[in-house]
Design a protein around this ligand. Structure first.
Ligand code: SF4
Ligand code: SF4
Length: 508
């Protein structure tokens, strides 16, 4: 193995581990402040930069300067991010290697990703932001949050529980010593449980299993970030010679797993600067050097490019309709600090970080509540979890400003919805039973749930019953009453979006 390859594996492993470490640290650890949120790394993402720009017409340089830096470095050095730093690319190299077949006849569709990028960009320009569904960093982070992290926590906690109970000599006492480190650094504050875990895991596995068809199938054919970096690498003067096959042994075209060394030098934009060809050229002819002339890189069909762009534009009316369709759903509750619905959908890149840090387990990925284009964006599902009164973490981790970062005082003023009581299910109303649970849990300074004394006949006996009532002006819609309501199945008190701070006129 050549030195450059060893270095690359080292850099890829360190970056991947660093990314996973930041991911695990992006967690509530006893204070309402995250020292190293994983969104720091996410800010490297030029697609996040583009979506933030198209969403608001301006770019928050302070928030996303690393993405600018990556674009500038790509213009100078080419598409090195894919070969050395991208966590999904590294994972495909590590996990995909055993899946790869020694000879695959599949030639792929390397131009498809450029058409996809063009369609996504045009759709985004017209207000429909779909980058998050295809962005490799979003896919990676989302899969970690919604699928891998819950499984990891479950397995680790079950193993520790088992070791404690088994009382194995030496092993159980070692587990005693090791557990505090796991608890403080590697495990989640609570066992994460999310909707859409299976769908998310399925997409992630599909990306990995595609390695069977072709090495780095995702990167070669589908990745819009790879396409964007390929475009930016066009002026790069860091070039490889020979630019195409030198026809002696064909090792370049046989072994380059990105297909960047095909006979036609227009594939040069596929080169991810992995430097593996330094290793497999038997004549040591391959060199990377700075040159004055650029390479010929693209040969895209103009007609297909136009068709893809028109396809993207044609999705625009759907984009305009999406927030409208959401307005018919009064159960669409967004996190506190979320921007207005259409801007929110354009800014959110579906990274899932807000869901990971949500202390009360309120945030879950959406399927259809916010319309077809809201897939994987965060919604509050109050029956499963609530928004903690003293927490502002989701705004701290959001890399695109889809959720604004708030001070704790501001956050407590924000209404994300309103609790309403279903008298057909609420125990004091429906069954004449006493129940104070919702009022007990209500966290607002002055309780937003009060009781009215009511005389009722219960089993032929006149009784004084306390019946709950929501004080609309005090309720912030945190949802803890819905989470804790003891009625089985659907709660007897539910959060609806009426009166939310984003649209105070409400829906009723
Ligand atoms: S092509 Fe996409 S997924 Fe592959 S390495 Fe590059 S950015 Fe990552
Ligand atoms: S709203 Fe959540 S899922 Fe969307 S970009 Fe922000 S942190 Fe990521």
């Amino acid at each position: 193995m050549s030195l450059s390859r060893k270095w690359r594996i080292l850099v890829q492993s360190l970056t991947l581990l660093g990314f996973c470490w930041l991911f695990l640290q992006t967690e509530y650890r006893g204070t309402d402040e995250l020292a190293y949120p994983v969104s720091l790394l996410f800010r490297l993402d030029p697609l996040a930069l583009v979506s933030a720009f198209f969403a608001s017409g301006k770019t928050d340089f302070i928030l996303l300067w690393p993405a600018f830096l990556l674009l500038v470095l790509t213009i100078i050095f080419g598409r090195f991010f894919c070969g050395w730093l991208c966590p999904l690319g590294s994972l495909l190299d590590f996990l995909g290697a055993p899946l790869r077949r020694s000879q695959s006849r599949f030639s792929g569709w390397p131009k498809f990703k450029y058409y996809l990028l063009s369609a996504l960009t045009l759709a985004s320009l017209c207000g429909l932001q779909l980058f998050g569904l295809f962005d490799p960093l979003s896919i990676f982070l989302r899969s970690l949050t919604l699928a891998i992290n819950p499984v990891w926590n479950l397995l680790a906690n079950t193993t520790f529980d088992w070791l404690y109970q088994a009382k194995l000599p030496l092993i159980s006492s070692t587990a005693d010593v090791v557990y505090p480190f796991f608890r403080d650094h590697l495990l989640a504050f609570r066992q994460p449980v999310f909707l859409l875990t299976i769908l998310t895991a399925f997409v992630f596995l599909a990306v990995i299993l595609l390695e069977r068809l072709q090495p780095r199938f995702w990167c070669r054919n589908l990745c819009p970030l790879g396409a964007l970096l390929g475009l930016c690498s066009q002026p790069s003067r860091l070039q490889r010679t020979p630019q195409s096959d030198c026809s002696d042994c064909k090792q370049c075209s046989l072994q380059c797993y990105m297909g960047a060394s095909a006979a036609d030098s227009s594939h040069a934009a596929e080169c991810i600067r992995c430097l593996d060809c330094l290793d497999f050229c038997p004549n040591q002819r391959v060199k990377f050097h700075f040159s004055k002339r650029g390479e010929k890189r693209f040969d895209l069909s103009r007609r297909t490019l136009l068709a893809a762009s028109v396809g993207g534009v044609m999705l625009a009316p759907l984009a305009a309709a999406a927030p409208l369709s959401a307005s018919y759903r009064n159960d669409l509750i967004r996190p506190p600090g979320a921007t207005g619905e259409s801007e929110f959908l354009r800014r959110c890149i579906r990274c899932g970080e807000c869901m990971k840090v949500c202390i009360g387990g309120a945030l879950h990925p959406d399927l259809l509540r916010g319309g077809a284009f809201s897939l994987w964006s965060p919604v509050v599902v109050a029956r499963l979890g609530y928004c903690e009164y003293d927490c502002t973490l989701c705004g701290q981790v959001c890399p695109t400003g889809a959720i604004k970062s708030l001070e704790i005082k501001q956050k407590r003023q924000i209404k994300i919805g309103l609790a309403v009581i279903d008298k057909n299910r609420c125990l004091p109303f429906a069954r004449g039973q006493e129940c104070l649970v919702c009022e007990e849990h209500c966290p607002t300074g002055k309780k937003a749930i009060t009781f009215d004394r009511h005389k009722d006949l219960v089993e032929s006996e006149a009784r004084d019953l306390l019946q709950p009532r929501v004080l609309k002006e005090l309720c912030i819609g945190c949802g803890i009453c819905e989470t804790r309501c003891p009625v089985a199945g659907r709660s007897a008190i539910m959060i609806i979006s009426e009166g939310e701070s984003r649209a105070p006129q409400g829906l009723l």
